[in-house]
Design a protein around this ligand. Sequence first.
Ligand SMILES: C[S@@+](CC[C@H](N)C(=O)[O-])C[C@H]1O[C@@H](n2cnc3c(N)ncnc32)[C@H](O)[C@@H]1O
Length: 221
Amino acid sequence: MAGQETDDFYKDAVNYWSNIPDTIDGMLGGFARLSSSDVGQSMTFLKKIIQGPGALTEPEVALDCGAGIGRVSKRLLLPVFNTVDLVEVNPKFLKTAETYLGELSSKVGNYFPVGLQSFTPESGRYNVIWNQWVLGHLTDKDLVEYFKRCKKGLKENGVIVAKENVSGGEDYDFDEVDSSYTRPKEALLKLFEEAGLKVIREEKQKHFPKDVYAVFMFALQ
Ligand SMILES: C[S@@+](CC[C@H](N)C(=O)[O-])C[C@H]1O[C@@H](n2cnc3c(N)ncnc32)[C@H](O)[C@@H]1O
């Protein structure tokens, strides 16, 4: 994949995000209006993982990866988990999260200001590791290694979730503006497999506009 191994790949993304406002619209590239629909369907997906007869794990400790200002933590993870940690490359966003999360910030365990390519979750700590709209910022190689480390960071029966855009054809789409890749679904599935993960559940995001990328959620173990 062109561009993946250049030194600038990560630097350009850091530069891009350092100029983006610490708002929901900033997090979603101008699509703040899609946040409710996104979180609504994520909640239904998550509840099947942590509640009811088919539950895979408990709502104890979650990790929000590429957390930004904590949009996913605030609306999805903190309302249901006892503790949530946030990992995010831009420290400015984490600073904003401290206030944006309001009273829920009392349930935050740790704020980790680091890129996922350099992050190692504490062994056996997490029931759920949630990655949303961030994996395109990792090279294929780094994504596989990162997911292997995430696997070790799970409690027994814990789950990794990936919620990402997928490209329509067989090619990776490179976005020069934010320095990220949108991968075909098949490519994502191959990377999960390389990391030793199996897809337990999969769902397509509904009610998004037709002119944006399709978005898929995968529950992985
Ligand atoms: C599209 S935003 C999504 C934020 C959040 N996941 C959400 O859904 O609201 C992407 C986030 O990933 C962060 N990011 C970019 N590259 C990263 C990396 N290598 N490691 C960790 N976070 C990264 C950006 O700073 C930004 O906060």
